[in-house]
Design a binder for this molecule. Structure first.
Ligand SMILES: NC(=O)c1ccc[n+]([C@@H]2O[C@H](COP(=O)([O-])OP(=O)(O)OC[C@H]3O[C@@H](n4cnc5c(N)ncnc54)[C@H](OP(=O)(O)O)[C@@H]3O)[C@@H](O)[C@H]2O)c1
Length: 308
């Protein structure tokens, strides 16, 4: 089969090569990959892999071989999936715990945008407990994860406070369910029950300062690539600041994501935003254009013409 393999010095650090078909473990399925949408995590991890590796976390496709342990979707089912490598290929293996069946009428490209961003947003929200009637802050709300967090929090009954530096996106964020929109955390007046922070740096510090007693910040992403410096007093507890916490998680090692992925795939009302669909031959040049990429999700359609 053909796969994009890590190649130091090549455009985008990748070359398309013939590689052996992947061999599944007992709990893994083999899928024919139809589409994938690179995430920041994929892009950060790819250059760190040994030469000849196949990067790629999530995507959509068709089951070619069911898991030997009998669990998960069966042969011929349309699926969306997540695994920590091997996705930028015509075929890949995925654990059944991270693979869900998808409805027939949902396009490959839409399914490919869901596994990492939407499942991360859902898992982050779960960590905040019940958000019904509570204020939930989403920092970096225009991001792929942030858009999902806004929508899922709103439908869970939260009063969503969205922070995004691009004010031109604020109306759209209100359309997704945000009750308040702000260009920076300085504009957020009242305290919040919980926060999902996708940006990090001073945003994380400021989000923590906005928590009610007992509140939690999920430090989900670090898009700003900046350090966090907490001033003296940030962790001094009094009746107005007690029992606040910061936590994090890594989606790739979260147990049992299949049920949530199935829920997200079947929900046609989630707005995944505009999709820029491209042939997979453009993957290296798109990676090379890192600083000049327009906002929005890019999905690559896998070419199977060399191997039907
Ligand atoms: N913990 C996990 O398991 C997990 C899972 C999924 C994702 N993540 C992480 O979550 C983050 C977001 O992922 P994504 O797919 O949603 O990314 P994305 O769609 O590429 O969005 C990145 C967002 O960060 C914002 N941003 C970047 N630098 C900023 C800065 N200096 N100040 C303010 N905003 C800034 C961008 O705002 P503009 O639109 O204004 O440019 C954009 O909204 C990444 O760090 C990713 O690695 C972690």
């Amino acid at each position: 089969m053909l796969a994009w393999t890590t190649t130091p010095g090549a455009p985008g650090g990748l070359t398309l090569r013939e590689v052996p078909d992947p061999v599944p473990l007992h709990h893994e399925l083999v899928v024919r990959v139809e589409a994938f949408a690179p995430n920041p995590g994929d892009l950060a991890m790819a250059p760190t892999l040994p030469a000849g590796s196949v990067p790629g976390w999530d995507g959509s496709g068709v089951v070619l071989a069911a898991a030997a342990d009998g669990q998960g979707p069966g042969v011929g089912e349309r699926v969306l999936f997540l695994g920590l490598a091997g996705g930028w290929a015509q075929h890949r293996t995925v654990p059944h715990t991270m693979t869900a069946a998808a409805p027939d009428d949902v396009a490959w490209e839409r399914l490919a945008t869901l596994p990492v961003p939407a499942t991360s947003a859902l898992r982050a929200l779960r960590r905040l407990g019940s958000v019904l009637g509570r204020r939930v802050l989403v920092v970096g709300a225009t991001s792929a994860v942030g858009r999902m967090a806004v929508q899922l929090a709103a439908r869970s009954g939260a009063e969503v406070v969205a922070v995004a530096r691009d004010e031109q996106q604020h109306e759209a964020l209100r359309g997704l369910g945000a009750r308040e929109t702000h260009a920076s955390l300085a504009g957020v007046g009242a305290r919040v029950h919980g926060a999902i922070d996708i940006v990090g740096g001073h945003h994380l510090v400021d989000a923590y300062a906005l928590l009610e007693p007992g509140g939690t910040v999920i430090a989900l992403g670090h898009a700003a690539g900046a350090d966090e410096h907490f001033p003296y007093g940030a962790f001094v507890a009094d009746p107005t600041t007690a029992d606040r916490s910061i936590t994090s998680f890594f989606l790739g090692t979260e147990p049992g994501l299949a049920v949530e992925m199935g829920y997200l795939a079947a929900d046609r009302t989630l707005d995944v935003g505009a999709i820029d669909l491209r042939p997979w031959a453009e993957l290296p040049s798109w990676i090379e254009a890192a600083d000049r990429r327009p906002a929005g999700r890019v999905v690559f359609r896998v070419d199977h013409t060399d191997r039907p």
